[in-house]
Design a protein around this ligand. Structure first.
Ligand SMILES: Nc1nc2c(c(=O)[nH]1)N[C@H]1C(S)=C(S)[C@@H](COP(=O)(O)OP(=O)(O)OC[C@H]3O[C@@H](n4cnc5c(=O)[nH]c(N)nc54)[C@H](O)[C@@H]3O)O[C@H]1N2
Ligand SMILES: Nc1nc2c(c(=O)[nH]1)N[C@H]1C(S)=C(S)[C@@H](COP(=O)(O)OP(=O)(O)OC[C@H]3O[C@@H](n4cnc5c(=O)[nH]c(N)nc54)[C@H](O)[C@@H]3O)O[C@H]1N2
Ligand SMILES: [Mo]
Length: 755
């Protein structure tokens, strides 16, 4: 817990700059990885080196000698830390004692060094050799009445090779239960975009930033969560490209940014103004804004101006008339009310969009984590289609993905609703009949644990219980299991909330060397723009007892499927053999993979809409109808506030690096609630009042988080924000987008209870 009272200081400096440089140095010092760390930093995102373990934004084609960012450096420093969690550590602490510690404390303990097994008699984790660990997993899996009683989670740091084998193993085992971090993240992209444009991925590549004439950044905190993209935004601004930032929080880096890699800016304390238009949207107001912009376009077209790309529409799309009628039926009064914006500002945004011959729309969790996240994204596509913003340089849709390989994991088979033709290829290549029915996504997994149908949970990375909604319920559900397995680098809450049997299996991390019987191996990663590149660690593993993720997957498979015809043991040593199988299962995109990956620039996976080819059932890009202006079910309670749970500058998802959030001016505390001063005063509260929040729901369950401090912050009226994962107890498990299964973590209806 933070020991000092919260402090709030407005951060008046540009984001990035010396603040970022100083923060980087401090972190490297604290984790005692200065020499080791800087050597690793030099290899990060360089040809022959490893891929940054932080976000999924592509690296800038080695343009810079040191292509890293503050938060990439942090992710690396915490991975390459000199601190260790050894068997002696677990001798000192029972699991119940560890449960009392904060997420930050757990993270600070360092890297796990040996496989450990939970011992109920002493309530401790005790050492366990690898052989017995795999035997225990095999025993549990083989004892299940049905393969569907097991849940196989993946977190997006897992490289392609391990994820591919995992998806084959689990299907051979007999289930499609693949809960994935992506289910809580960009699943609306994966499920919402295919009916529109035929692919569930972004359509832009790095060079498009050089050709864009307007860039929209909606619901994404670039300076914190994909800082490398700031270089692209800075360069675009220097070319005079308008940038429209749409966000309920005036995120510092979207306002002003000093590029720590720009020597002149650093030397002169200069900075670049980023957003030419900062759109202070109400939480959940984006649909209304998008429709407002489309309405301006339709109005002007009706007046005879040529603002719609009619040729593109005729040749490539279906459905314009329906959406035109619906958009025109929305009144400006309603659009203004729901978005919280002035009509004049929406008109300015429309003007920027209309003037631009190539527009890119980038977005993050601010769009995906709503009850209708998938359909909301389809409206983003509608807007882009109106002016033909696909298939030309500088234009397209750009989901800014989260985990460094979250997109890759999905591409190579981690999917609870696999396509039938993919399953046919798996059958043909591996010679077993894979299960055809859909499996569980993350939310369904918690439900299955809760009702007792799930018995075994295996987590390939991540921190499942801390990432999912409804914390109390999820903890209880996890504790009902027979076996939980964490394949992991560092201690987290997910290891402490465990089943009757529990294992912690420590792995070689991204930055470390993988050496097998046949020599050093590399893995591959797919970034947010569908570039697949090799990643080769340079540091010595944190302990001699660690295993690579690939080997762990193979040995689990071998233990669970002793009669399998798949050559699990062969894949352990030679990752080219795995890549050859990936090529066989995905001949269109991965043909000749082992050869092509030798190119230091890697390979770009084909994204058909870039070529104006639409792999939809009708072969066209579809304007899809989503009537109304609300992306979340309206709540009638007048005291209701919409709560967005967001990341601070000093965390990576559930791992908390510090209690500070520099750009938002918060120090020493994460239990804060960002609120507009008028909303605060209307509730009779002071700046700094202690309050509790309670979820408004009609399922009869009380969800409450207390001990929060109200901070006056420029939020739109009715919108509040606080930190994930501390506020996850407020997010009901059932509160998710039905198309994608993604919890609506950005729009929880809550009310304030005075402490
Ligand atoms: N350093 C660091 N990097 C990361 C991560 C990390 O935790 N730390 N996480 C990684 C992962 S897995 C992911 S998915 C990404 C997440 O990166 P982001 O998508 O940036 O995630 P968040 O911080 O959750 O919030 C996004 C933004 O949405 C805004 N927002 C909230 N509600 C709304 C709304 O209704 N409309 C609009 N327009 N905006 C809204 C918030 O104010 C916030 O600025 O980052 C990845 N990179
Ligand atoms: N309320 C709310 N909930 C959210 C979100 C939100 O915005 N609000 N965001 C959602 C999103 S976008 C996501 S992606 C999920 C994140 O969910 P997860 O991906 O499950 O969570 P992480 O915190 O990224 O997982 C961190 C852990 O991964 C392990 N790890 C790190 N590196 C490696 C590695 O190289 N290999 C292996 N095997 N393990 C490793 C470490 O043990 C570390 O503690 O959370 C979701 N939950
Ligand atoms: Mo994510």
């Amino acid at each position: 817990m933070a020991n000092t009272t919260p402090r709030f200081k407005t951060y008046n400096h540009p984001a990035g700059g010396w603040g970022a440089a100083a923060a980087t140095a401090k972190i490297l010092l604290e984790q005692s990885v200065v020499t080791k760390g800087s050597r690793a930093l030099l290899a990060m995102n360089q040809p022959g080196g490893f891929k940054c373990p932080s976000c999924a934004f592509p690296d800038a084609e080695c343009k810079k000698a040191l292509d890293f960012c503050e938060n990439g450096a942090k992710a690396l420093a915490f991975e390459a830390t000199r601190f260790r969690v050894t068997p002696e550590f677990f001798e000192k602490h029972t699991v119940s004692e560890l449960m009392e510690q904060s997420d930050h404390w757990l993270e600070m303990q360092g890297r796990l060094t040996e496989p450990m097994r939970y011992d109920a008699a002493s309530d401790r984790y005790v050492p366990c050799d690898w052989e017995s660990a795999f035997a225990l997993i095999g025993q549990h899996l083989r004892a299940l009445k049905s393969p569907h009683e097991a849940e196989f989670y993946t977190s997006g740091r897992t490289p392609n090779e391990a994820a591919f084998l995992y998806s084959i193993f689990v299907r051979e085992f007999g289930t499609n239960n693949f809960p994935d971090c992506s289910n809580m993240c960009h699943e609306p992209t994966s499920r919402g975009l295919p009916p529109s444009i035929g692919v569930g991925k972004g359509t832009v590549i790095m060079e498009d930033f050089d050709h864009a004439e307007a860039i929209f950044v909606i619901g994404q905190n670039t300076g914190t969560n994909s800082p490398r993209m700031m270089s692209n935004l800075v360069e675009a601004r220097k070319r005079g490209v308008p940038i429209v930032a749409v966000n309920p929080m005036p995120e510092r880096a979207l306002v002003r940014f000093a590029d720590p890699q720009d020597m002149i800016q650093m030397a002169t304390f200069g900075s670049t103004k980023i957003a030419s238009e900062f759109v202070h949207i109400r939480i959940g107001g984006d649909l209304a804004m998008l429709k407002g912009i489309m309405k301006v376009i339709f109005e002007r077209e009706a007046r005879g101006e040529k603002v719609i790309d009619q040729e593109f529409i005729r040749e490539h799309t279906v459905g314009l008339d329906t959406i035109r009628d619906e958009v025109m039926s929305q009144s400006w009064a309603d659009i203004v009310e729901v978005s919280g914006l002035e009509e004049a500002q929406i008109r300015r945004c429309a003007e920027i969009y209309i003037r631009s011959r190539a527009t890119m729309i980038c977005y993050g969790m601010g769009l995906t984590q709503h009850q209708e996240g998938s359909r909301l994204l389809q409206q983003v596509v509608n807007l882009l289609l109106l002016r033909g913003n696909f298939g030309k340089p500088g234009a397209g849709i750009s989901p800014i993905r989260g985990h460094s390989n979250v997109q890759g994991d999905r591409t190579v088979g981690v999917d609870e609703k696999p396509a039938q033709d993919y399953l046919d290829r798996v059958r043909d290549v591996f010679g077993f009949e894979p299960p055809r029915e859909h499996g569980h996504h993350a939310v369904e997994t918690v439900a299955a644990m809760q009702d007792g149908t799930a018995k075994v949970f295996i987590g390939l990375g991540g921190n499942f219980v801390r990432a999912v909604p409804d914390t109390d319920r999820s903890y209880a559900a996890m504790r009902k299991l027979d076996l939980t397995v964490a394949i992991t680098t560092k201690l987290n809450r997910g290891h402490l909330v465990h089943g009757r049997d529990a294992l912690m299996l420590p792995v070689i991390s991204r930055s470390e060397v993988i050496r097998t019987k046949v020599g050093e191996q590399f893995v591959t990663i797919e970034d947010s723009m569908s570039n697949v590149t090799a990643s080769r660690g340079v540091l010595a593993p944190a302990s001699p007892h660690l295993l690579p993720e690939v080997e762990i997957v193979c040995r689990i498979a071998h233990a669970a499927l002793p009669n399998s015809k798949t050559r699990w043991k062969n894949y352990i040593d030679d990752y080219d053999l795995i890549r050859d199988k990936i090529a066989e299962v995905y001949p269109e995109i991965y043909s000749n993979f082992s050869e092509r990956i030798k190119n230091p620039k890697g390979l770009h996976l084909d994204v058909p809409p870039r070529r104006l080819v639409w792999p939809t059932p009708n072969g066209k890009a579809n304007f899809l109808l989503f009537p109304g202006l609300e992306v979340n079910a309206p709540v009638s309670d007048p005291a209701m506030l919409r709560l967005a749970t967001v990341r601070s500058h000093d965390q990576f998802n559930t791992t908390v690096y510090s209690y500070n959030d520099r750009y938002r001016g918060v120090y020493n505390d994460r239990m804060v609630l960002f609120m507009n001063a008028y909303d605060r005063a209307a509730r009779g509260l002071e700046d700094g009042s202690r309050i509790a929040l309670e979820t408004i729901s009609n399922d009869g369950v009380q969800r409450r988080v207390s001990g929060l401090t109200v901070l006056d912050y420029p939020m739109p009226r009715g919108s509040v924000a606080g930190y994930y994962p501390e506020l996850n107890p407020l997010l009901p498990l059932e509160y998710y987008d039905k198309i994608s299964g993604t919890p609506a973590a950005k729009s929880i209806p809550v009310r304030v209870i005075a402490a």
